[in-house]
Design a protein around this ligand. Structure first.
Ligand code: NAI
Ligand code: MG
Length: 489
């Protein structure tokens, strides 16, 4: 950069953005939500509820029903009836009509869904508006197209659905994870009982309203809000034919152990410790943006986050210098502001997990740089952070932090990059940045991960399968592969 360019850049950097808050008038969040069972909102048998709050302000948003084992059972019975009598009998082209309708209704109510997602989750409105909600609609559109073509999907002449699917989702992409789970299951002819995460139930409850608007037959989708005990009741219910889980490796392991002796089908999408590998010939401007997006997108609450940066030693100083400059530009704050880059941490529990691991990073001798941004007084916040001088044995290089924290390691040769990238118990995603296609392919062939991005990161598309190996789980979501998880093949 020339001196003049540098001066211009510094001046631009000093400019303040005026607040540009999205209006929340478009949504009317009800004070109380029941469980969505058999096509109706119903009170939980236990009459117990819990509050969901806005993590950016700690203000309560609504009281949501805490589903008990008896409620889960009602939902499973309803799903079974709908499966036997309606959904599994319906021709694929009829099922497709419902999926198309749901997709279009998500689009129609997209602003409302984006605002609710941001209020309940803390993610920037720019992301819920431009990523979560459009991708959720895209998943329903995509799988609507498969519903009448299952015999051409490569799984035999007449692939059969599995039956009742129990689906447990996390809080990092609440609506999108609901879409990832429901769309392929329904396209394949299964009925569903969905358990949203306890800190982010609201977008799934709006989705329940959308299902009513779409006039999907009662029982085809049931949404039972609650906590881990609700999820556990779903896992152990004998009427469930398939469990699809996205969440922590710890709970995934527990589910696998419990269901191993049974005939229940299982797919698990668990944590990760993705390596983002930058070679010295990489297009650096793009790579810096890819590193930023890889770890600070959604506050780093991303299972495939590029949380380990592996940078070739010859360019490590420059990359680190540029990174520090770039993260200082990230706007951290009000998630409802359209200019915000990094929003609130989803919960007090998640914030304390991040603190614990970051403290461990400092104690183990890594060098910490956190941005100088001012954090709001209320709510759960963590400043974008980069650790350098990280060694492979440090906890921050091994454990999933699930927050806006990057660990930087270096390598000299492609062999060393591969060895370090694979030195993890996880295997979800990696990024490779290089001008040279042959090098990228050489590296990609040797990486043990379900998803490998080349000169990009965190790219999602309904047509593309996503999933892990090793402790990141098994089974694929998205694409033709995503159907397999819901067919008896
Ligand atoms: P979690 O695994 O406890 O929660 C995920 C979902 O599972 C929620 O809906 C929860 O209610 C449900 N659940 C909890 N216990 C259950 C049980 N015994 N049986 C059935 N369902 C159960 O994850 P948590 O506590 O929210 O986050 C802990 C860590 O897990 C995070 O710090 C992060 O490292 C990782 N994580 C990974 C995610 C991913 O996308 N792969 C998503 C969320 C968390
Ligand atoms: Mg919440």
């Amino acid at each position: 950069m020339s001196e003049l360019q540098h001066q211009t850049w510094s001046r631009l950097n000093d400019l303040e953005y005026a607040p540009a808050p999205e209006s929340r008038d478009i949504v009317s969040i009800r004070p109380n939500y029941g469980l969505f069972i058999d096509g109706q909102f119903t009170d939980p048998g236990s009459h117990q509820g819990f509050q969901t709050i806005n993590p950016a302000t700690e203000a309560p948003l609504a009281t949501v029903a805490l589903g008990s084992a008896a409620d889960v059972s009602r939902a499973v019975i309803s799903a079974r009836r709908a499966y036997d009598q309606v959904w599994s009998q319906m021709p694929g082209k009829e099922r497709a009509k419902y999926l198309f309708r749901i997709a279009r209704l998500i689009q129609e109510r997209s602003r409302e869904l984006a605002v609710v997602e941001t209020l309940d989750n803390g993610k920037p409105i720019r992301e819920s508006r431009d990523v979560d909600v459009p991708l959720a609609a895209a998943h329903f559109f995509y799988y609507a197209g498969w519903a009448d073509k299952l015999e051409h999907a490569g799984f035999g002449a007449q692939p059969r659905p599995l039956g009742v699917a129990g689906q447990i989702i996390p809080w990092n992409f609440p609506l999108l994870m609901a879409a990832w789970k429901l769309a392929p299951a329904l396209a394949a002819g299964n009925t569903c009982v969905l358990k949203p995460a306890e800190t982010t139930p609201l977008s799934a409850l709006i989705l329940a309203e959308i299902l009513q608007q779409a006039e999907i037959p009662p029982g085809v989708v049931n949404i039972v809000t609650g906590d881990g005990s609700t999820g556990a009741a779903l896992v152990s219910h004998p009427g469930v034919d398939k469990i699809a889980f996205t969440g922590s490796t710890e709970i995934g392991r527990r589910i696998q152990r419990e269901l191993a002796p049974s005939g229940t089908h299982v797919t698990l999408e668990l944590g990760g410790k993705g390596a983002n590998i930058i070679f010295e010939d990489a297009p650096l401007d793009q790579a810096i943006e890819g590193i930023i997006d890889g770890i600070f997108f959604n506050q780093g609450h991303v299972c495939c986050a590029g949380s380990r940066l592996l940078v070739q030693e010859s360019i490590a100083d420059e990359v680190q210098r540029r990174l520090v400059r770039r993260i200082e530009q990230l706007r951290v704050g009000d998630p409802m502001d359209k200019n915000t880059d990094v929003g609130a941490i989803n919960s007090a529990e998640q914030l304390s997990r991040i603190h614990e691991l970051v403290d461990a990073g400092v104690a183990e001798g890594a060098s910490r740089y956190s941005t100088t941004c001012t954090l709001p007084d209320k709510g759960f916040w963590f400043a974008p952070t980069v650790f350098t001088e990280v060694s492979q044995t440090h906890r921050i290089a091994r454990e999933e932090i699930f927050g806006p924290v990057l660990s930087v390691l270096t390598f000299r040769t492609p062999e060393e990059a591969v060895a370090k990238a694979n030195n993890t118990t996880y295997g979800l995603a990696c990024g490779v940045w290089s001008e040279k296609g042959s090098r990228t392919l050489w590296v990609a062939e040797r990486l043990r991960a379900g998803v490998i991005w080349s000169n990009t990161y965190n790219k999602f598309d309904p047509t593309s399968p996503f999933g892990g190996v090793r402790e990141s789980g098994f089974g694929r979501e998205g694409g033709r592969h995503g159907l397999e998880a819901y067919l008896n093949v």
